[in-house]
Design a protein around this ligand. Structure first.
Ligand SMILES: [Zn+2]
Length: 248
């Protein structure tokens, strides 16, 4: 009886851990994803999900330009259809872009064919709107399982997760976002923020823009250096330039 209870507890714990791994940004059980370079490395990478978005993507571009910093944007296909000009603005300003699916479903619950369609369709629109071929992919909600990653890789996409988050979807003031990020930064980190929302086009991301404006100078005084995800990956494997981002 006791053995059964212990065995059952073990199974429950394993099931829980497996469930956690499907959404955990740094979990590696379900296949390797990129979360950053070793802690203590001066390089850090700002990433923005769920755009393009009006007007906050353009406001963010102004802030990043003011501080001479390049970031990485994971774009939603259906929003790219609404405002392809914003994707071109992001690319023309020298930022990196990546695939964040066409309609932002949680891919844990999606069939293989739906997953393939979501990723393929977004890549196609990215190519058509920006003229760029990106091999970066961020799963919506960070959700993935082994099949998701296998499909992504078969499409030439590299899954990019994160180690630091600003929790900016909680709709708190910029100080909250700034505090969350400052508290987690160790160097070598990929930072998750949002210039849009998967719920609606036109979502208010003013606090994220303000937080970015405040965080960049603070990070620079701490000795951190901002890089894009492709730059971070290249530096992670010295001498080996990965074909992360190339002209379509
Ligand atoms: Zn998202």
């Amino acid at each position: 009886m006791l053995a059964n209870v212990i065995a059952a507890t073990g199974v429950a714990a394993a099931a829980c851990a497996a469930g956690y791994q499907t959404m955990s940004p740094t979990g590696q059980w379900y296949g390797q994803t990129f979360v950053g370079v070793p802690r203590g490395t001066p390089q850090i990478a700002l990433t923005y999900d769920d755009g393009p978005n009006d007007p906050h993507t353009l406001r963010l571009l102004e802030v990043l330009n003011k501080h001479n910093v390049h970031a990485t944007f994971f774009l939603i296909g259906k929003y790219l259809e609404i405002r392809p000009d914003l994707a071109r603005a992001v690319v023309n300003a020298g930022h990196a872009i990546g695939n964040h699916s066409f309609s932002h479903p949680n891919l844990i619950f999606a069939s293989a064919s739906r997953t393939r369609e979501e990723l393929d369709r977004c890549s196609q629109i990215l190519r058509d709107t920006s003229g760029m071929e990106s091999s970066l992919f961020r799963p919506p909600f960070g959700g993935r399982h082994p099949g998701t990653l296998k499909i992504a890789r078969s499409l030439g996409l590299k899954p990019i997760m994160w180690r630091v988050t600003g929790y900016d979807w909680r709709q708190k003031p910029s100080q909250y976002i700034e505090h969350k990020i400052r508290a987690q930064l160790r160097g070598g980190d990929v930072i998750l923020l949002h210039d849009g929302s998967h719920l609606v086009f036109g979502a208010d991301r003013a606090q994220t823009v303000i937080a970015t404006d405040h965080l960049i100078p603070w990070c620079k005084t701490q000795g951190f250096e901002f890089v894009t995800i492709p730059e971070m990956i290249e530096r992670a494997i010295p001498g080996k330039q990965l074909p992360v981002l190339s002209r379509a």
